[in-house]
Ligand binder design. Structure first.
Ligand SMILES: Cc1cc2nc3c(=O)[nH]c(=O)nc-3n(C[C@H](O)[C@H](O)[C@H](O)COP(=O)(O)OP(=O)(O)OC[C@H]3O[C@@H](n4cnc5c(N)ncnc54)[C@H](O)[C@@H]3O)c2cc1C
Length: 477
């Protein structure tokens, strides 16, 4: 039962920044995952002092506090399974500085990725991690999830762009971690601990991020494959032959069907498509990369290869991939797309084998699964398409997820590439990280002695998400 004093919180952030009506609580009780749980109250701080004051109160009364960006996470990271305060960080959304001389920017955690890139563009720079959700994803959420995106194959994940940050610990202490310099060998890189921490260690209130020059030339291409295995071999060979694409995306047949149905794109009826991009300041250098990628695709039976430097054409080629996630809901009118086993990272050489395994497991359990993703950085996404009104479909999905993650571990892959762990992936994560779970708990105790920050997640999440969490779907008897 809720034991939070709204008056105290209103005193800290003002009347308008506290909400506890049922409709708002309902909205803030879920994210882009399958889970839901109601918070007790929603509080939107506007500055660091307010965050500290909220945590001082919450820490004294041992009230759970769940930092939230836009709630676009796919695994239940912001679902308040133990109730408490949802801290809506979108009230702290100022770009504090774009420091061109020292090549970094200083942002509050609620800044939206696309807004940061719009601000950097006139200066000729961009912030590269950019997930497909960049229209809504906040920088705080990206850091806490270690998000990455289509261009991470060349520019890295969020961890590669983060220089330093300020954060409020569970006991309300403000700490400054990392630096704003490009390199640092000054002891433990503690800012890195917050990367992928999913709100369990501290509240990020400011971040220093690096940015890079916008390339003069971008060339995007597409190659079609009749066999998924050939596309997989091409991915591995592109990476191992020293090509440096700025994008390398895999789209499988299920995803192609969904995109064609929902967007009328008329993509070819093949088993797999690779979308690739090269970028640079010199056109010949981009041509060189593109020619190398094309040659590898052709060698691996890729066909129908088209490339273009034209922005309009590039947008057209990429349209299907960009809208893939919403398109999956249109694959079949009776099936909903659920984010389960939704992303993993696997060795490049195992990309096709993994995609085939996903389809094999889906067939075994009578569900539909797709395989796609930023394969150039080893990332493989799946979605489970199923009739969410049927309990037996959920049980089948859970079995499929377990089997897929067992396979992923057996080939040296990891539970999450970029979407994080939250609740849905916690059972697999706990198996993968079995030997270091206690170490993680010890670290959490140092940052958050009373276990108030996003409790019950990551290493402390339930072992069985299907029975131990509430699903945000109406499941029939
Ligand atoms: C259509 C779609 C496409 C997507 N594509 C991608 C993709 O390509 N790549 C990718 O990586 N992800 C992707 N995602 C997942 C998600 O959008 C990203 O991980 C994103 O970074 C989450 O940002 P958010 O602001 O929504 O964070 P939220 O979902 O609100 O929060 C994510 C985590 O960050 C924590 N957090 C938020 N703010 C703070 C803070 N200030 N301090 C401490 N912790 C905090 C939360 O507690 C939570 O654990 C996609 C999601 C959708 C819906």
């Amino acid at each position: 039962m809720s034991t939070v004093d709204a008056a105290i919180l209103k005193e800290i952030v003002g009347e308008n920044n506290v909400r506890d009506n049922e409709a708002d609580l309902y909205v803030y009780g879920s994210d882009s995952s399958v889970h839901e749980a109601m918070p007790w109250i929603i509080v939107r701080p506007e500055n660091t002092e307010q965050v500290q004051a909220i945590l001082r109160y919450a820490n004294t009364d041992k009230i759970p506090v769940i930092p939230r960006g836009s709630g676009s996470g796919m695994c239940g990271q912001v679902v308040p399974i133990r109730g408490g305060i949802v801290l809506d960080m979108k009230g702290m959304n100022r770009i504090l500085d774009i420091n061109l001389k020292d090549a970094y920017c200083l942002v509050e955690p609620g800044v939206i990725d696309d807004d940061l890139n719009r601000a950097l563009k006139p200066h000729g720079f961009f912030y590269p991690p950019t997930p497909a959700s960049s229209r809504i994803a906040t920088i705080g959420g990206e850091i806490a999830n270690n998000a990455s995106g289509t261009r991470s194959v060349k520019y890295g994940a969020v961890r590669d762009s983060l220089l330093g940050l300020k954060a409020v610990l569970g006991n309300a202490e403000l700490v400054s971690l990392g630096t704003t310099t490009r390199v640092s060998a000054s002891g433990y890189p503690l800012e890195r601990l917050l990367v992928g921490s999913e709100g369990t260690l501290a509240i990020i209130v400011e971040a220093a991020m690096r940015f890079v020059p916008i390339p003069e030339f971008r060339c995007l291409g597409i190659a079609k494959f009749d066999k998924l295995a050939d596309a997989g071999d091409a991915i591995s060979e592109i990476i191992s032959s020293g090509c440096q694409p700025s994008m390398l995306e895999l789209v499988d047949k299920v995803a192609i069907t969904a995109v064609n149905k929902s967007m009328g794109l008329d993509l070819p009826d093949v088993e797999a498509i690779l979308i690739f991009e090269a970028d640079g300041m010199v056109k010949q250098a981009v041509d060189y990369e593109i020619d190398k990628v094309k040659a590898v695709c052709e060698k691996n039976h890729g066909f129908g290869i088209e490339v273009s430097y034209e922005e309009k054409e590039r947008t057209k080629i990429f349209a299907g991939r960009k809208k893939l996630f919403p398109a999956l809901s249109k694959y079949d009118e009776f099936l909903s797309s659920t984010a389960l086993a939704d992303d993993m990272a696997v060795p490049f050489s195992k990309m096709a084998e993994t995609a085939n395994k996903i389809h094999e497991v889906a067939d075994k359990y009578g569900i539909v699964m797709t395989a796609y993703g930023h394969c150039g950085s080893g990332c493989m996404h799946t979605k489970i398409l199923m009739d969410t009104t049927k309990g037996e479909q959920w049980e089948a999905a859970q079995k499929a997820v377990i089997e897929i993650y067992e396979y992923v571990r057996s080939i040296g892959g990891t539970t999450s590439a970029e979407h994080g762990i939250g609740l849905s992936k916690a059972p697999a994560f706990k198996k993968e990280k079995e030997s270091t779970l206690e170490l993680m708990r010890s670290i959490k105790r140092v940052f958050d002695p009373n276990d108030i920050l996003n409790p019950g997640k990551l290493m402390d999440a339930p072992d069985d998400w299907l029975t131990a969490t509430h699903l945000r779907y109406k499941v029939g008897e």
